[in-house]
Design a protein around this ligand. Structure first.
Ligand code: NAD
Length: 486
């Protein structure tokens, strides 16, 4: 990876603005070609991409293909096919709320590209989190500056070479580097910023965006809980939770961070976690080539220190290999207030906390930041409804973990501390477009609207304003109101 020279950054911004001004990127055929070029880039270079991600994260190629590369290949092709539909002008002439006299005014909405946009991506899913935003920005008809994470430098270096070969350099530019480079990027005016990463940096991004009133999508993380209904099949729950946990060694925004269990189920749940772990890694996880390592020493030390500081009881795993930056899938039973319950673990630790019942689980979750995902293992539909009502989260997933990432029709994103905005396919497209509205009011209606002009008279009030004041308000189903009826 070569850091982008700081002096180049304002020039990149200016050239992307200049390209946008030509309206070249508005052309649907151009967008479709670029989107298909993304799929070609992924297909023709899949091996070097998987190798680069392995060099950065030690991520097994299987995980790269299953959870990143294939999804992006598919979504770039779908986007190329669907973009004419997404970008089509929406005619509102038959909207049920449109009064008949406005039908001839041609009310329309055109999804319109916002301009020169910025995507800032993190290291943990380097491919999906850089390419998904790129697909959305191109489909939208924007020009794009893609700021890749410096933490996954092999991947960033490879993309720095590939993107100019496959995509239109007038419209898509890559910036690499760390805080000085991203700070310079953020000084420029962008028309949308799509940031994926942690909440602390998100505040820096939001502050920089505020200076230019730039709209934002913030895809953040946090502590995603799992609730285990004591009635659920513990073997299945344990296997599915552990699979979500070991994926990318827990370095996933949707990783199950902690599980809330009732005291009667702790032992069975942990026994089944151990059983599942043994079946995933019969020769141990530390040497397994089906298990990712921790991204760097800083994160390794952070996770190690959490295990040193916890006052909880390690019930599974706990072993580590510092030279290889590997940590076993680890389960720790803690009490409220433990360090493991403070911030996102972002590693292979599953924290367990006992709660009296399912309602207490909901109360605990509600008392904390709204998570990106809430997982609930239960067959009980009433419990599913209760949890839906009593908690908030970006996604609410029943009876499995992580699989929501594979369901491309679901809008993905957080709420509160886990971020705002939605992505995947048309939702990503929508981040980078705005709904430009238009009307075309015929000259002939002048005779029907002339009363709007001054001087205002009793007659103009009578015709223009009075009718709604006398309209019959429907009775509500609830009786009374804050102000008693006279
Ligand atoms: P990171 O360290 O790679 O940072 C992300 C980006 O922010 C990088 O491009 C980096 O250059 C930039 N950055 C770093 N410091 C900055 C600063 N001071 N000012 C401006 N920009 C700066 O990645 P990370 O933040 O460690 O990513 C992990 C976090 O992302 C976790 O919290 C995870 O939950 C979250 N995440 C969320 C999603 C989602 O879709 N919701 C997906 C993946 C990760």
């Amino acid at each position: 990876m070569i850091d982008t020279p700081l002096v180049e950054i304002p020039k990149i911004n200016a050239s992307l603005r200049a390209t946008f001004a030509t309206r070249k990127t508005f052309d649907l055929a151009w967008r479709q070609h670029q989107l298909l070029q993304i799929s070609r880039m992924l297909q023709e270079n899949h091996k070097s991409i998987a190798d680069a991600i392995y060099a950065d994260l030690g991520k097994p190629a299987f995980e790269v293909y299953m959870t990143e590369l294939n999804l992006m290949l598919d979504r770039a092709i779908i986007s190329a096919k669907r973009v004419p539909e997404w970008a089509a002008v929406k005619n509102l002439e038959n909207h049920p709320d449109l009064p008949p006299h406005q039908k001839g005014w041609k009310p329309k909405v055109t999804p319109t590209p916002k301009g020169a946009v910025l995507v800032i991506s993190p290291w943990n899913y380097p491919l999906i989190l850089s390419i998904q935003g790129t697909i959305g920005a191109i489909a939208a008809g924007c020009t794009l500056c893609l700021k890749l994470s410096e933490v996954t430098s092999n991947y960033a270096g490879l993309l720095q070479q590939l993107i100019p070969k496959y995509l239109d350099q007038d419209a898509v530019r890559v910036v690499c580097g760390g805080v000085p480079e991203v700070t310079k990027v953020l000084e420029q005016k962008w028309d949308h910023i799509f940031y994926t990463g942690n909440g602390t940096v998100a505040r820096i991004i939001a502050t920089a965006a505020a200076k230019h009133l730039t709209p934002l999508t913030l895809e953040l993380g946090g502590k995603s809980p799992v609730i285990i209904d004591p009635e659920y099949d513990m073997e299945l729950a344990a296997r599915r939770v552990l699979w979500g946990k070991i994926n990318n060694c827990g370095q996933v925004c949707v990783s199950p961070d902690y599980a809330l269990v009732t005291p009667s189920t702790t032992a069975a749940f942990v026994e089944n976690l151990k059983k599942a772990c043994l079946s995933f890694y019969p020769d141990g996880s530390l040497k397994s080539d089906s298990y990712t390592r921790i991204i760097n020493m800083q994160h390794f030390s952070r996770i190690k220190s959490l295990l040193e500081q916890t006052r909880g009881k390690i019930l599974m795993g706990g072993g580590m290999d510092e030279t290889e930056r590997r940590i076993e899938p680890t389960v720790v039973l803690v009490k409220p207030g433990d360090v493991l319950l403070e911030s996102e673990t972002f590693g292979p630790i599953l924290t367990l906390m006992e709660v009296d019942d399912m309602r207490s689980a909901c109360e605990y979750i509600s008392a904390n930041d709204h998570p990106l995902v809430l997982y609930l293992f239960t067959q009980n539909e009433q419990l599913q409804q209760d949890v839906r009502k009593l908690t908030m989260s970006g996604n609410l997933i029943f009876n499995d973990t992580f699989m929501q990432m594979d369901v491309k029709v679901l809008p993905f994103g957080g709420v509160g501390e886990s971020g705002y905005g939605r992505q995947v396919l048309e939702n990503t497209f929508s981040c980078f477009t705005y709904e430009r509205t238009s009307l075309d009011i015929p000259a002939e209606v002048e005779s029907k609207i002339y009363l709007r002009y001054p001087p205002y008279t009793d007659r103009s009030f009578e015709v223009e304003c009075a009718p709604l004041l006398n309209v019959q308000i429907p009775e509500s189903t609830l009786e009374g109101g804050l102000i008693p009826r006279g």
